[in-house]
Design a protein around this ligand. Structure first.
Ligand SMILES: Cc1cc2nc3c(=O)[nH]c(=O)nc-3n(C[C@H](O)[C@H](O)[C@H](O)COP(=O)(O)OP(=O)(O)OC[C@H]3O[C@@H](n4cnc5c(N)ncnc54)[C@H](O)[C@@H]3O)c2cc1C
Ligand code: FES
Length: 340
């Protein structure tokens, strides 16, 4: 039986089918709630249930704690309504008018960017374009029904090809395929655009971007979008990697720094080796930010990379004054381990 869901504070209403999560129903009806992994692991979709009964679904306790449940919270990506309910959550305006599509694409080029990073350039059918917001991701649909999420590394204005930056995970089902057996002209299928990690253009606060490894991909898209639209906000990118060889495309942010006076690039290496002869910053990338900004109250932060890094940054940045609603993140959860 369908159930009515009311979203507060907007007062929007929608109908959810029995087999649909609250998030899936909202997206189907064109209401964009924040989300990331869509399988109960990242916590991005967390919101409050003001009234009515729900089934919480399956999730990781790191994403929804017992204290969260006691406070009336739930993860809308896995929770189902059991009757009419009212929920409270922030709606993300800008993405809701963008249609999520399932499309085929052709591998146009495989470009090795570093020892363990491959750029995948994908070509859509001749009459198709993908509308998306800078920072969003797509899900590659694998033949066995699994999916793998990858951030779009190109800005929306530059959409002749979709660009993904894929890190090689030894033993990883899809990344091993990309590095070893995928060929140019192979056909893939994907769904997208997805996610609520995109540049909020309406604000004027200075922005701190924090990227770990291939977390640079969506940040690249956001920065290229901002430069293209002549954004004059102050922007700084902290890009963390283990060693110098892990910073793929390092000349690109260096070049932006020369071209745009409102942009600064700070690479941070956590384990430089002697042959790196590294004169720059060392340590964890989020700690470099904490060191450089004694108060984060006047900033917006966009963070992307490994879940541990994103979580540690979130907690520490909020403690250092960053408003909760000024932290935007995508955590690169592994689809094979993210569920349950
Ligand atoms: C929203 C989102 C966006 C993402 N964007 C990107 C992106 O732009 N670029 C990118 O490279 N990845 C990205 N990822 C991660 C990506 O979706 C895959 O999880 C990753 O490529 C591994 O897939 P696989 O099939 O190779 O490995 P799997 O077959 O899924 O994993 C095999 C084994 O390797 C381990 N493993 C998987 N991933 C990692 C890892 N990253 N580090 C250490 N161990 C791991 C797992 O524990 C598992 O046991 C994103 C994830 C999400 C949720
Ligand atoms: S989107 Fe719901 S927990 Fe990640």
């Amino acid at each position: 039986m369908p159930h009515q869901i009311t979203i507060q504070p907007s007062g929007h209403t929608l109908t959810a089918h029995d087999d649909e999560t609250i998030l899936a129903a909202a997206l189907r009806e064109g209401f964009m709630l924040p989300y990331g992994c869509r399988n109960g692991a990242c916590g991005t979709c967390k919101g409050k249930v003001l009234s009515g009964a729900i089934d919480y679904g399956e999730f990781q306790s790191s994403a929804l704690s017992g204290a969260d449940i006691d406070a009336g919270k739930a993860l809308f990506c896995v929770a189902h309504a059991l009757g009419d309910i009212t929920i409270e959550c922030r709606e993300v305006g800008a993405a809701k008018d963008i249609q999520i599509k399932t499309l085929p694409c052709r591998v146009h080029k495989l470009e090795r960017l570093a020892h363990d990073v491959m750029a995948l350039h994908l070509k859509l059918p001749a009459n198709e374009r993908l509308q998306f917001l800078a920072g969003q991701y797509i899900d590659i649909l694998l033949k066995d029904g699994q999916r793998r999420s990858f951030s779009l590394a190109n800005a929306p204005h530059n959409d002749d090809f979709l660009q993904l930056h894929v890190r090689h995970i030894p033993g990883g089902a899809f990344s091993e395929h990309i590095f070893n057996t995928m060929k140019e002209k192979d056909i893939l299928r994907f769904e997208g655009p997805l996610g609520s990690f995109f540049l909020r253009e309406e604000g004027d606060k200075p922005i701190i971007f924090m990227a770990g490894g291939t977390g640079f991909a969506p940040v690249k898209a956001m920065l290229e979008h901002a430069f293209y639209h002549h954004a004059n906000r102050e922007m700084v990118l902290y890009w963390g990697a283990r060693q110098l060889r892990d910073l793929y495309l390092p000349q690109l942010p260096g070049q932006w720094q020369q071209e745009y006076p409102n942009f600064t690039f700070i690479p941070v290496l956590s384990e430089p080796v002697p042959e790196d002869a590294w004169p720059g910053r060392t340590g964890y990338v989020h700690e470099a930010i904490l060191h450089d900004f004694p108060s984060l109250s006047g900033f917006e932060v966009y963070a992307c990379g490994a879940p541990g890094m994103v979580d540690a940054a979130h907690t520490a940045f909020v403690q250092q004054g960053l408003p909760e609603d000024a932290f935007f993140a995508d955590a690169f959860l592994y689809q094979t381990t993210a569920v349950k």
